[in-house]
Write a protein that binds this ligand. Sequence first.
Ligand code: FAD
Length: 359
Amino acid sequence: MIKTAMEKIVIVGAGMTGASSAALLRKVLPNGAVVKIVDKSRGTGGRMSTSRSSTGKSATVDLGAQYISINSHYAKTHQSFHEELMSQGLLKPSTCVIENDKFGGEDIKQYVTPAGVSSLVKYFVKQAGAELMYDSHVSKVDVEDNKVKLTTLKGDVELCDGVILTMPVPQILQLDGSIQNLIESQPKVKENLENVSYSMRFAVGIFYDPGVTLSYPWAVKYFRDNPCVCFISIDNKKRGIENSSVGPSAVIHTSVHFGMKHIEEDKEQVKNIIMKHVKELLPDLPEPAEVKGHKWRYSQVHKSYAGEPGCVVLSNSPPIILAGDAFSHSNLDGCLDSAQSVNDAFVQSLGLDHPTNRL
Ligand code: FAD
């Protein structure tokens, strides 16, 4: 049972799980309770990241998640939530041409995010009225006087009544402080955490000046046999955006095999290797104005936490909860399942009998 007065909850990670957990918790926490989200990066989105060109002249690209794929189960169970995002114009059915579609299947419908995939995460942060703190890499988690004490790499300290850690599991296992003893004291939890694994891949975003046209009959193309490239998307076309005042943009994802082979290499060097392969595949591709590389050391969850519980309550008093797609599965609905489990854990612990805040 959570006994602490819940005045301040900190969520580590401004990705989809962190943002949707914040939005749900806001409805059950007492008025005046602060929900704060801290992230080591300089923006909202996590692996649902939308990147802007440094010149600001061009469109954005989604470097991580590309589509929102909804199967018939989640179309029912998360229906009101999907409809809310659609009514806000943040989600719409995909109508673009996909060549060599890898994920076809009657049970799954593809949706796109006209404003970029991070717009979904930002929507939840706004709903939560959460305070945001960027550029704050949490490196230590301790329990002191029934409070959670978070320490960042810069030495900043944050005291709170409960914490939700939503970073990829290997990054949870790297944390210093008394959280290590908490994990050590629960051997099954430790084993399950150590068994979680992720795929690795690189992404490259390419940006063009206004007026450039990328004339391909497709918006998205999968490459099954290339040793490096597995996916290219003309991002604005995929999202159904035609805006002549900003240039087009595209994103390239490598195969997991290529990602694993080059994972310890410098992303700038790997970016050049990837662009060589892209030019072989698309020889008439115009020269981009800007090329941005990104390394996804933790891409999609390959092996989830055993049983996919949604979250794990490492400590009840004060609450320390582990969440994220590793505790469910790697897509929007997986993150929402995790957020719902976090919420249920809080609701139960706070003794609220009838949770009204289902998705
Ligand atoms: P994350 O988004 O990883 O959020 C965790 C946050 O924690 C990050 O912002 C990180 O910066 C922060 N963090 C980490 N460590 C610390 C620390 N020590 N201190 C402070 N902050 C920290 N999903 C789909 O639905 N459709 C797709 O098409 C799709 N394609 C994908 C393609 C790629 C290349 C990738 C990488 C992912 C894809 N996914 C897709 C999966 C989807 O992006 C993830 O399931 C989802 O974004 C996970 O959200 P999360 O909040 O659980 O974790």
